[in-house]
Design a protein around this ligand. Structure first.
Ligand code: NAD
Length: 431
């Protein structure tokens, strides 16, 4: 299928993931007839911060790094979004991820806008001490461009609770002593002892599983014995697999950056997590499954495919390979517009990223609230509140699919954009 068949016309710039966001945005904005003035605001980011900063490596050499923070929109509340450490991080990727964060906050009805950031480098090539200095120096370079009531980072690809703890400590260290205690909510996804929330580590996977449960109820599809495949076995992929296990679902193929494996008899997620934890977080060499290539993973016949790695994995080239009933998008932007059109033609259901993986930002909001109120909620409370948020959003998207006779991604955009449109109309534009 050519790009023209889908109505997708990339800009003259190198095709990038931000083009996908704008394409998705235009499709929804056209269908819902979004106010043209509000459209002008939402199709642009608010602030784009690029910082170049030096870090001393263990051998005494100095290396320069480039970091980004893009703040897309704050109409609904402070900017909010993760930080990614990856060689492919660039301004367009960060713009795209920041924009999706705005839609996610609006869709799940939480008082946050959208932002995203990251550093363009491969963290696997640095020691733990270097990683700490890179993180701290990046935080210092961002300065007051982040803040607990202004812009609140969280973990994303190759960042975790430990990185958040270093950011928190660096941020607090640059404050006056009497201000420090009021600023623990400058990042979310922290270790629990440092102010994190119970349930934040599993929250994105938990949200993915809540949406899969609801899809199976709606379809009258029994999850007991259902087969699934996962691309990406980090935070989102591994938690999704762990949480699908009690439903009786069978993981039959899995891939991460180090390789792909299949076992038609089922791979035990806990066993694979245990293996990866002793293998630098990677699944390479896993003994209880057969090594396969990426294409075979995509071709594996299963009930559900969970992309939980990076963007642009389901494309004009790879979507024809998929033989599943449902794609549950754990990752941000795993499907490009060509891939989307093919999935639709093949009758494969899609739970779109801004709904499917919104559990992470929702529990980040809960963590932020707990910090502000000096409260500690138990897991039952966190999970119960998360369930309500995700299912409310799911139902609104499902209704919008019917009302507009459209696909799930476009419907999710319409729900999010309607909320933003209302807020802009109520407030008007200064001056
Ligand atoms: P992570 O770093 O914990 O895991 C990423 C996984 O993807 C790793 O297993 C890695 O090996 C794998 N991977 C990387 N490149 C790959 C490739 N080319 N092919 C196959 N696998 C590859 O990151 P994460 O936090 O789990 O994030 C995964 C996705 O979920 C990203 O798109 C992220 O933006 C999105 N997401 C994360 C959260 C969160 O709370 N962490 C929330 C919402 C969305």
């Amino acid at each position: 299928m050519s790009k023209a068949d889908t109505g997708y016309i990339p800009t003259k710039r190198k095709a990038n993931v931000y083009d996908n966001v704008i394409w998705q945005f235009n499709k929804a904005a056209d269908l819902m007839q979004l106010d043209p003035d509000i459209r002008k605001i939402l199709e642009r980011t608010t602030n784009e911060i690029v910082v170049n900063f030096p870090v001393k490596l263990d051998d005494g050499r100095i290396e320069m790094f480039t970091g980004y923070r893009v703040q897309h929109n704050s109409a609904l509340g402070p900017f909010k979004g993760g930080l990614r450490f990856h060689p492919a991080v660039d301004i367009n990727e960060v713009r795209a991820l920041a924009t999706w964060m705005t839609w996610k906050g609006a869709l799940t009805d939480i008082p946050f806008g959208g932002a995203k950031g990251g550093i363009q480098f491969d963290p696997y090539k640095y020691t733990i001490n270097e990683l700490e200095r890179i993180t701290r120096r990046f935080t210092f370079a961002l300065g007051n461009n982040i803040g607990p009531e202004y812009d609140i980072p969280a973990p994303d690809v190759n960042t975790n609770a430990q990185i958040m703890a270093w950011i928190l400590d660096t941020y607090l260290s640059t404050m006056l002593p009497h201000e420090r205690q009021a600023c623990v909510h400058v990042v979310t996804g922290k270790p629990i002892e440092s102010g994190g929330s119970i349930g934040r580590d599993k929250a994105t996977g938990q949200g993915v599983v809540f949406t899969i449960e609801q899809w199976s109820k709606d379809k009258g599809f029994d999850l007991e014995g259902a087969t699934y495949t996962v691309q990406g076995f980090g935070n989102v992929g591994s938690w999704t697999a762990r949480l699908l296990k009690p439903h009786g679902c069978k993981l039959i193929a899995v891939e991460d950056v180090s390789g792909a494996f299949s076992n038609p008899g089922g791979i035990d997620p806990d066993d694979l997590i245990d293996y990866a934890s002793k293998n630098k977080g990677l699944i390479s060499g896993y003994p209880n499954a057969k090594s396969i290539d990426s294409k075979s993973l995509m071709q594996t016949q299963a009930d559900i495919f969970v992309p939980a790695a990076l963007e642009n994995q389901i494309t004009g080239e790879t979507a024809p390979l998929l033989d599943v009933k449902l794609v549950a998008e754990g990752a941000n932007g795993p499907t490009d517009p060509e891939g989307d059109a093919i999935l639709q033609k093949k009758g494969i259901d899609v739970i779109p990223d801004i709904l499917c993986n919104a559990g992470g930002v929702v529990v980040s909001y809960f963590e932020w609230l707990q910090n502000k109120r000096s409260e500690f909620w138990d897991l039952e409370e966190v999970d119960g509140k998360l369930y309500k948020k995700i299912i409310n959003a799911y139902v609104r998207v499902r209704d919008t699919v019917k009302n507009y006779n459209t696909d799930w991604r476009t419907a999710a955009y319409i729900v999010a954009l309607s909320r933003l449109e209302t807020v802009y109309k109520e407030r008007g534009i200064f001056p």
